[in-house]
Write a protein that binds this ligand. Structure first.
Ligand code: KG4
Ligand code: ZN
Length: 357
């Protein structure tokens, strides 16, 4: 039996320093041997958001330890590693540079290939880390930095169906939380407070709900929350605003996902229809249940990967590395860090909609 590839993955595109070792079984199913994620939430809390300079400094301080721990937890030795894969973009350039340089140097030092990975490709393939999901599938990626619908057709072939034209959904949750006096990252707290409030107390806008296909927009919603937050005096009003915000997001995602289903079906004629939700905001139970309901109504299989693979992690980067390793798709050591890096070569059509690529 031939030796299965062993890949070290490294992730440092934003505020998580992460490393993972993965291999695969005889059926080609990934085996995650270790998955270490060190979050910087405590560092950025007092600033109400990620401070790039501080994030980069923390990556530099921790990356060595995190990689060492990933190797020791995996039960493997450095000499067993067949390739090193690092996130090269999109993300904060000062942060990307840390994991990218470390990965290149590590690969060079063990004389093994280096593989530059698109972070979004990691998210797109992350549901395949723990279940065998057939291509194609529709992915909704909702995190602190990204909000997009992707038609995942096969490894290396992605079609972006829609994306946010301003804020990412996690950002909208965090900004709303900040206005309500909740510490960064406040997304999870909004969900908790919302349970105590009346979701119909405030009529909030749903930007571009009837136009722009399945593109998303949250900036106008944030402005409305800002105005109302200035009038809030009691806890009850605070809970009501959180509940109204949560409900508005559910309605936006329900409607936009329905449009994304139609777009997805136009592009694929496979009988099996699968919808996957990934990214940190996928932890929101109410969002899960509304999208689950939509899937039932529309005859889609819904998949929500485990939270540890939803948020930023290096196992998803190692997995893309593993797939590319098998195809001998190695990168040069001068591969640049790319703060913007679209997964979809044809996405330039979105420029007209004011979308950042
Ligand atoms: O993917 P992720 O872990 O990291 C990056 O985006 O880098 O996503 C983090 C985002 C934050 O904005 C956080 O507030 C949001 O996901 N989030 C949530 C919930 N859990 C995490 N938003 C709403 N409800 C939640 N339960
Ligand atoms: Zn991410």
């Amino acid at each position: 039996m031939s030796k299965k590839p062993l890949i070290l993955g490294i992730e440092s595109s934003c505020d998580e320093t992460a490393a993972s070792l993965i291999t695969e079984n005889d059926k080609g199913i990934p085996i995650v041997l270790s998955n270490i994620v060190s979050s910087q939430v405590e560092i950025h809390k007092e600033f109400g958001g990620v401070v790039p300079e501080l994030a980069a400094r923390s990556h530099i301080e921790k990356i060595d330890l995190i990689v060492k721990k990933a190797i020791s937890d995996s039960g493997k030795k450095i000499e067993d590693i067949d390739a090193v894969a690092s996130t090269a973009g999109p993300g904060l350039i000062v942060c990307l540079s840390v994991g990218l340089s470390f990965g290149k140097a590590f690969a060079k030092s063990i004389n093994k290939p280096f593989i530059a990975v698109n972070h979004l490709e990691g998210h797109a393939l992350s549901p395949r880390l723990n279940s065998k999901i057939e291509f194609p599938y529709l992915l909704l990626l909702i995190s602190g930095g990204h909000s997009q619908y992707l038609n995942v057709q096969q490894l290396g072939k992605y079609k972006r169906l829609g994306t946010t034209i301003d804020d990412a959904l996690g950002e909208a949750f965090d900004k709303t939380a900040k206005l309500l006096g909740i510490e960064f990252p406040g997304g999870p707290q909004i969900e908790i407070l919302a349970k105590k409030g009346n979701p119909n107390a405030y009529d909030l806008p749903k930007p571009i709900i009837n136009k722009g296909g399945c593109n998303l927009s949250f900036a106008g919603l944030k402005t409305a929350v800002l105005k109302i937050s200035k009038t809030i005096k009691t806890d009850k009003e605070k809970f009501d605003l959180a509940a109204s915000f949560q409900k508005t997001i559910e309605e936006i995602l329900y409607k936009k996902t329905k449009i994304a289903f139609t777009e997805f079906e136009k592009q694929n004629n496979s009988k099996k229809k699968t919808f996957v939700v990934a990214g940190g905001v996928a932890a929101n139970k109410k969002i899960r249940s509304i999208l689950d309901k939509l899937c039932e109504e529309s005859n889609y299989q819904s998949i929500f990967p485990p939270i540890k693979f939803c948020g930023d992690n290096a196992a998803m980067i190692a997995m893309v590395g593993l797939e590319k390793f098998k195809l001998k798709q190695f990168s040069h050591l001068d591969h640049p860090a790319k703060p913007r890096w679209s997964l979809d070569e044809d996405a330039s059509f979105l420029k007209g909609a004011g979308v950042q690529l």
